[in-house]
Design a protein around this ligand. Structure first.
Ligand code: HEM
Length: 222
């Protein structure tokens, strides 16, 4: 008798096991008010500034392990957002944007975590962070960009962050990304570590949203 061992494909497990964390991030006070038109272009700029710190660290972490089989499966320079964020910040805040953008404590904790993943052995955890940000950006990010333009009059020149035309059509890219995840050869420990880190990555994002929300209180000067 043969026993069929079935393991949920990693892309499915990741989606399932982060769906609650996704709902928390999407339903966070900051994101809810942002998407309801209750915030402002200043709040959009504040979010963009925090994302600049995150992507700067994320992209350094990914580049450092991009030659490993695990991270190499998803690493793609066309996804990189740092330059796009710099263009957007210059458009939103002017040429001296660096003087205006200050890292929040929650963002600093997120960045410290990314910086701690500094060995090839951390490739599974880096893939987790890659998945949470980039697959989110190419998925829900398109809806978010359209809303920011419509609600706050943010110029398309300040929304390069959400522009993924470089990767071609999004649905096939997402399918290929999921297939790349499913093709990863991981030990049980690596797989569990990757999924746990994806949950952590969502929590770091929610932490940033909570601090942004406090900076732009409801009913206050947003
Ligand atoms: C207002 C906020 C948000 C909206 C409206 C939104 C919306 C969406 C939508 C429509 C999808 C596509 C679902 C599908 O086609 O299967 C998606 C997927 C995703 N989102 Fe979000 N999202 C939001 C916030 C976030 C945040 C803050 C993150 C992470 C920091 C995130 C990460 C992801 C990821 C990783 C996926 C891919 C899930 C998968 O297929 O494995 N999202 N989101």
């Amino acid at each position: 008798m043969t026993v069929a061992v079935t393991t949920t494909p990693l892309s499915q497990a990741l989606r399932d096991e982060t769906s609650r964390a996704h709902a928390d991030a999407e339903g966070s006070d900051f994101m809810t008010r942002l998407m309801a038109g209750e915030l402002s272009a200043r709040a959009v700029a504040a979010l963009t500034g925090q994302l600049w710190f995150v992507y700067e660290a994320l992209e350094r972490a990914v580049r450092a392990v991009a030659e490993t089989p695990i991270a190499g499966a998803v690493a793609d320079p066309r996804l990189e957002r740092r330059d796009a964020l710099e263009l957007d910040l210059a458009e939103m805040l002017g040429a001296h944007w660096r003087d205006e953008v200050r890292i929040l404590p929650a963002t600093a904790r997120y960045v410290a975590r990314l910086e701690s993943l500094d060995s090839p052995g951390a490739a599974p955890e880096i893939v987790a962070h890659h998945y949470v940000r980039y697959l989110g950006d190419v998925s829900g990010g398109q809806v978010i960009a359209a809303r920011l333009g419509a609600l706050y009059g943010v110029d398309p020149d300040a929304l390069n962050f959400y522009d993924f035309t470089a990767i071609g059509k999004i649905p096939p890219y997402r399918t290929a990304y999921r297939e790349a995840l499913d093709g990863l050869v991981l030990s049980d420990v690596q797989r569990a570590g990757l999924i746990a880190e994806a949950q952590e990555a969502f929590a770091f994002n929610s932490g940033v949203f909570a601090e942004l929300s406090a900076r732009f209180p409801a009913g206050g000067m947003s």
